[in-house]
Design a protein. Structure first.
Length: 190
């Protein structure tokens, strides 16, 4: 199982460009659909937690899934698997960076990769949106966050996405406190 975790996440790390958000779609495909290590709901929760904790989202996801399967050794195997390919590739590129970027076919290939990365990120967003429970508060927070991000991008304002996440958390926490405490597991009142 440790070797399977390592190889699965090494494949994800090797064939995913564009960082953690682009990897989420592949992690979900491998861990939910193919290997059935976690459920779709767990994947959404892992993604939210991985975005909210320090470190790259893909590494946090890999660490959680590995830990879920085989404890600390599984977490280490999955984390090393997802990071090792990127480390090796970046190390090799850094040795030849000046000449690497001057090769025309590599520069053109990376233009196509940029488009694919954007599509992978949109894919993750659409899947999460479709799986989100359609309740008023999450939908309102999502719509307001989307509107604020569009406004920021169109007006070229300097605004940290962390501030937006903290504002959304504050609104959700305020509603939670106003409604009263749910059951101890964090679920909703019946």
């Amino acid at each position: 199982m440790l070797l399977t975790l390592f190889l699965t996440f090494a494949k994800i790390g090797l064939f995913t460009f564009g960082g953690g958000y682009a990897m989420i779609s592949l992690i979900e495909n491998e861990c939910v659909n193919r290997n059935r290590w976690i459920t779709h709901d767990e994947m959404m929760n892992i993604t939210v937690i991985a975005e909210s904790t320090p470190g790259p989202v893909a590494i946090n996801c890999a660490t959680f899934v590995g830990y879920r399967q085989k404890g600390i050794p599984g977490a280490v195997a999955a984390t090393v698997g997802v990071t090792l390919p990127s480390f090796v590739i970046i190390y090799l590129i850094s040795m030849f960076l000046d000449s690497f970027l001057e090769i025309a076919w590599i520069a053109n290939a990376f233009r196509g990769v940029r488009i694919a990365v954007g599509l992978l990120i949109v894919d993750v967003g659409v899947k999460m949106l479709l799986k989100m429970k359609k309740k008023l508060l999450p939908c309102a927070i999502m719509a307001a966050s989307f509107a604020v991000m569009l406004l920021i991008n169109f007006t070229a304002l300097k605004f940290s996405s962390i501030s937006l996440m903290l504002a959304a958390a504050a609104v959700s926490l305020a509603v939670f406190l106003l409604r009263g405490a749910p059951d101890p597991k964090g679920g909703e009142k019946p």
